[in-house]
Design a protein around this ligand. Structure first.
Ligand code: PEP
Ligand code: MG
Length: 323
């Protein structure tokens, strides 16, 4: 099986009917970039920058972050590299930030909510990213966006820092894109409005599922409700993809669902542009996509969206889409 997969390392990511998609890797540490390259990833779909901030005593400096981002961008040699700004809070804590304990950490002070209120920390990260943008194909992504105002505010701060760096003589990429995670139902529902503001979306199903079903992604007692194929989740995803495409915007997915074998034919048929996953799943997913016809899958979209349970969806896929 391994032998068969290896041949896909250097093949383009194409469906059986020749439609092109991107199969990218998720990374946490800058060193992980090698693993994605070795696996033949088409890009980095998610660089979780939390790890640069963790297991240390104080915030990383602009210079340290700049070096880390530059390093990753250079190694990617022009392939798209999506870096997500700090997503701390929820299940990830930074002791030196002295965040208060909360009743509901996943519904609390986390990610962009912290960045927009502790702006100095946010600006340092943005400056490091902007400076690094000259060394590769960087796309900046904001996590946990719930309202249009949050996205507009984050982007305005980014543009302020860009101006200030430019007037200080720094070279900044002209093609830098700015996008957001879709991982909160409010954002998925008004994706049409967001699509006018962003350069791209990446759907974060790990959080989107937990917030849609109101089932903590870490709580085993409610894990039976954590359903990637729940019709509500599928309808939200379809809504996001359609909204993006109506505005000519690119949409990827960087949650675990992007590497799920049952979800794959559905997402390909829905028109998802990019699947980002842990490096170990890249070749398997490319081989799987090579056997699926996108045009054929698309003809099932309407019927899939009318199914009423997760179990029905799974059965439908096994019977009609995987053969
Ligand atoms: C997600 O929510 O799907 C996601 C990719 O982000 P994280 O798992 O880091 O919350
Ligand atoms: Mg998330």
């Amino acid at each position: 099986e391994h032998e068969e997969l290896i041949q896909y390392r250097t093949l383009p990511s194409l469906s059986a009917d020749g439609c092109s998609v991107e199969i990218a890797g998720n990374i946490g540490k800058p060193e992980d970039v090698e693993i994605v390259i070795n696996a033949g990833g088409d890009g980095i779909g998610l660089f979780r920058t939390e790890f640069l901030y963790m297991e240390r005593q104080e915030l990383p400096t602009e210079e340290e972050q700049f070096q880390a981002y530059k390093n990753v961008l250079e190694k990617m040699q022009g392939k798209p590299t999506i870096v997500r700004t700090l997503d701390i809070g929820g299940d990830k804590n930074l002791p030196y930030l002295k965040l208060a304990d909360e009743m509901n950490p996943f519904l609390g002070y986390r990610a962009i909510r912290i960045s927009l209120t502790q702006q100095e920390m946010f600006r340092v990260q943005l400056r490091a990213l902007l400076r690094a943008s000259a060394y590769g194909n960087l796309k900046i992504m904001f996590p946990m966006i719930a309202t249009l105002d949050e996205f507009k505010m984050a982007k305005a701060i980014l543009l302020e820092e860009k101006q200030s760096l430019t007037s200080d003589g720094y070279l900044i990429s002209e093609t830098l894109e700015v996008g957001m995670m879709i991982e909160i139902p409010s954002a998925a529902i008004i994706a049409d409005l967001f699509a006018k503001e962003v350069d791209f979306f990446s759907i974060g199903t790990n959080d989107l599922i937990q917030y849609t079903l109101a089932a903590d992604r870490m709580n085993e007692n409610v894990s039976y409700l954590y359903q990637p194929y729940h019709p509500a989740v599928l309808r939200l995803i379809k809504n996001v993809i359609d909204a993006a495409q109506r505005q000519g915007k690119w949409v990827g997915m960087c949650g675990e669902m992007a590497a799920d074998e049952i979800a794959l034919p559905i997402l390909l048929g829905f028109g998802l542009n990019e699947f980002s996953m842990s490096a170990s799943s890249i070749l398997k997913t490319r081989a799987h996509i090579a056997k699926l016809s996108k045009q054929q899958l698309m003809t099932h979209n309407e019927r899939i969206l009318l199914l009423s349970t997760s179990a029905e969806v799974e059965e439908y896929v096994k019977k009609n889409l995987l053969s």
